[in-house]
Design a protein around this ligand. Structure first.
Ligand code: CA2
Length: 151
């Protein structure tokens, strides 16, 4: 089972600024944590990573995932709240997606409480810090295993 974890704009700055909101781990720390824990989710689970600050590059990464990846964990960053293009890319590939957020977007400003991605996702994890990525990954693997079993 091939999973890609996609991170959107400014998430490459994790651990460098605003630790009170986004924690002290860097994106590379989070990716290492996920890589070292995929084995416990099943011996056939493999994980890849992609980050971009550009909406178009994220759309292309989602399109390119078609035929290569079984599922996507995505933190679209601020594009969560604005991007019809990312929503359409997810719909166009039909790849199961789990949306994750470090902060609880529903406890923050009004503009963060709208997500274009939630409605095209299998599920959403928000507010558990860096651990949201792991919880999202566990949920996605479970979803894909059940999907396999029922097809
Ligand atoms: O909570 C999340 O994971 C967010 O997706 C993070 C986005 C924000 O726009 C979303 O509303 C919620 C922002 C990521 C910015 O990351 C930074 C990391 C370090 C320093 C500054 C920003």
């Amino acid at each position: 089972m091939e999973i890609i974890v996609i991170n959107g704009p400014n998430l490459n700055m994790l651990g460098k600024r605003e630790p009170e909101i986004y924690g002290s781990l860097t994106l590379s720390d989070i990716e290492s944590f996920l890589s070292s824990h995929t084995g416990s989710l099943g011996e056939n689970v493999r994980i890849s990573f992609f980050q971009s600050n550009s909406e178009g590059e994220i759309v292309t990464a989602i399109q390119d995932a078609y035929g290569k990846f079984d599922g996507i964990v995505i933190n679209p960053g601020a594009y969560t709240h604005t991007s019809v293009a990312i929503m359409d890319a997810i719909l166009s590939t039909g790849i199961p997606v789990v949306e994750v957020h470090i902060s609880n977007i529903y406890k923050r400003e009004d503009f963060r409480q709208k997500s274009f991605v939630s409605g095209v996702s299998v599920g959403v994890v928000s507010g558990f810090g860096a651990y949201s990525y792991y919880l999202g990954l566990v949920g996605l693997v479970e979803y894909l295993m059940n999907e396999d079993a029922s097809s």
